[in-house]
Design a protein around this ligand. Sequence first.
Ligand code: GLC
Length: 531
Amino acid sequence: MDLNDQTTGAGPAGWWRHAVTYQIYVRSFADANGDGIGDLPGVTARLEHVRDLGVDAIWLNPFYVSPQNDHGYDVADYRDIDPLFGTLADADAMVERAHELDLRVIVDLVPNHTSSEHVWFQEALAAGPGSPERDRYLFRDSPDGPPNNWQSVFGGPAWTQVEDGQWYLHLFDSTQPDLNWRNPEVGDMFVDVLRFWLDRGVDGFRVDVAHGLFKEETLRDQVVPEGIESATGASAGESMVERTEVDEPMWDQPEVHEVYRRWHEVLAKYGGDRMMVAEAWTQSPESMARYIRPDEFSQAFNFSWLLAPWSAEAFAEVITGTFEAVDQVDASPTWVLSNHDVDRHPSRYGGGATGLARARAATLAMLALPGSAYLYQGEELGLEQVEVEPEFRQDPLWFRTGNPGRDGCRVPMPWSGSQPPFGFGPGTGQPWIPQPAEWSELTVESETADPASTLAFYRAALATRRTFAETAGEEVEMVAAGTDVLSFRRGPITVLLNCSTEAVALPAGEVLMASGPVDTALPPDTAVWLR
Ligand code: GLC
């Protein structure tokens, strides 16, 4: 395949290859109707903030009709908007406004499972064992307990029994039954869904649990090494972080790639400028590379950057490993530090002033790397993970395991004013999770007024990145720079990230950007771009 052929959408010219995408968790971004939950008119009204930040695209978490048991990752109708978030007309208006502001729009697609309230699952329940309706899901007879030993990512068995005695598989919550991708009706339905959103003008899809879909056909037991309680932990919060090399008959099966080749062709018919990015938690760079071959996904999230501890050596290993993977298939790398499933990175790096300094430094290093970066709403304000009171928690991970779950990175955005809801919604109505009172210092309004704020830092870093992102080349050369100091060169730019506890001398060069104060030395927990 000719990689320069723009009509395939796979060539180096694809806009996403250098893009910075801003993730919008719709329920927590901005609330236009005052019900305490963010919505699409809220997004539309606040898009100028995103444009002013200086990104190229937005990715919105699911806004489709859903009982919201997993905040929209349990879809009951893929072709309509949940009334909580608005209407199809609101979605069209959001896409139109984003395009006016030169922002591309990526929507979330959830093909591994539906909601148990999806009409297909309701029909399957009504039709009974052996019916074509049941064959759209993974129903099995098993008189002596669950059909195999698989565990849900959210804890507990991955099987639930229905009234007539059959069991159905759900790798996530019991309200998220897994689809049977060996049934051709399922594949056809998702092609229609892709076209539905492409016809409405979206620029791409973030594909949820892209490594799921197919399970080993026999649904055999998973071989679980002794001492490990459950090994189904691919995706969703901490269970992903603890993942090690294990036998995984439920993930990353070879048949899944046929699906993405078909989707690639669907997208290519729309002029070559539409993209798709995989959420695929695979075990090795090689298996990741298979998802981003030229006729499959445009990109895949590179979670190894987000999983790396605060260590120059670890960051260097991730960079080298990432290029080894993407170079196999001529794909562009991606980088991400935070999303709606993991603890916010200032908190992961220790919290407080140190955590924030490290977060800014890691962000600066990330933004100099070739490829594209994904930012998560609120990181531009330096927000930390919030300890959410149990009464407000809504994550199924919390209900199924007692693990505090992911709500702490999903607290509604603070926009303005000195007390909650900080302009999140109109008036004084409180959002679905209370915001910490200290966020009065971290609103978009107050940070806009402060040239030393994290927001000012993000705006400057993104503006400076634009001056070289497309011209500095795709090669990175690692440079030796002392113990626990990461350094690499990309074209004219040299990057240093000081993970050690001592200041290090700065090499000669003009300081283009720094994540904190620097003089002739680079203090600990600081990064710099030199030219
Ligand atoms: C993905 C989503 C996560 C969701 C899960 C199940 O990992 O990012 O939020 O809970 O899939 O759909």
